[in-house]
Ligand binder design. Structure first.
Ligand SMILES: NC(=O)c1ccc[n+]([C@@H]2O[C@H](COP(=O)([O-])OP(=O)(O)OC[C@H]3O[C@@H](n4cnc5c(N)ncnc54)[C@H](O)[C@@H]3O)[C@@H](O)[C@H]2O)c1
Length: 251
């Protein structure tokens, strides 16, 4: 018997990076996982690989910005696996171009960023409320960022909003037995982050800023996500947890 047997996880941005790792880790612990991504082909490929490894996995093409697509993805998940117990709001835009000052970024880019990083979380959380309530409760994990503590850029502010939404939904959904927490990752070696960041910057973050001098791995974030989704975290809600190798903040 595994910890997540009989549970269903709806994971946005599930095709690659963190999302795929969440799917694999929760799947290995018995959950049925739905990889929800606007890149339907990549999500399908990832779900096929997980299924080939013996996990219960499916892919649903969905842009989290579009409420109708989200409602449809939630309905498809309930049809496929009978409900939703876990929502991981992971889909997000994070290229360094979004880390410039507001006045240096076209308004269209700022709008697109907030649509995905903020409205995506709102759309998926609201759409999952009733299916989770019907199961007697559940757990939402939002993916914020360490940038929400240190960067007043559009990206940092969008991820600060994710921390705010975490408190809002923890409060609003508590009566339905739903907990809502967030993770603020530091630099983690996903394909997209490594392709985006210059090697010199990666080395200086790892060696000069972190207290643990190794590159963060998706498994470091997946283990925190799994803990927060599990019954071991049943007394924890409304919190954001930093997982960054100890990047120091001012006190
Ligand atoms: N990698 C890092 O170092 C790091 C650090 C802090 C926070 N984060 C956050 O973690 C999350 C995942 O990061 P990653 O490195 O795995 O990203 P990634 O770019 O590797 O993967 C993101 C996935 O989300 C999907 N996606 C993007 N917009 C979408 C939308 N509108 N609807 C549905 N799917 C969409 C993409 O198709 C892709 O499959 C993001 O929210 C990011 O901001 C990452």
């Amino acid at each position: 018997m595994s910890r997540f047997d009989g549970r269903v996880a709806f994971i946005t941005g599930g095709a690659m990076g963190f999302g795929r790792a969440f799917g694999e880790t929760l799947g290995r612990e018995g959950a049925a996982v739905v990889l929800v991504d606007r890149n339907g082909a990549a999500a399908k490929q990832a779900a096929a690989e997980l299924s080939a490894a013996g996990l219960h996995a499916a892919a649903v093409e969905c842009d989290v910005v579009d409420k109708d697509q989200v409602d449809h993805a939630v309905a498809e998940t309930v049809d496929l696996f009978g409900g939703i117990d876990i929502l991981i709001n992971n889909a997000g835009l994070h290229l360094t171009k979004y880390n410039r000052p507001f006045s240096h970024l076209p308004l269209s880019d700022i709008r697109a960023l907030f649509e995905v990083n903020m409205m995506g979380v709102i759309n998926c959380s609201l759409a999952s409320l009733e299916p989770m309530r019907a199961r007697g409760g559940g757990s939402i994990v939002n993916i914020s960022s360490m940038a929400s503590y240190s960067s007043a850029s559009p990206y940092g502010v969008s991820k600060l909003a994710v921390r705010g939404l975490t408190i809002a939904f923890a409060t609003e959904f508590a009566g339905a037995g739903i907990r809502c927490n967030a993770i603020a990752p530091g630099l983690i070696a996903t394909e997209s982050a490594m392709a985006d960041l210059p090697e010199g910057l990666v080395n200086s973050i790892v060696n000069d800023r972190q207290l643990v001098n190794r590159l963060g791995e998706v498994a470091d974030i997946a283990s925190m996500a799994v803990y927060l989704c599990s019954d071991d975290a049943s007394f924890i809600t409304g919190e954001t947890f930093k997982v960054s190798g100890g990047i120091p903040l001012w006190i």
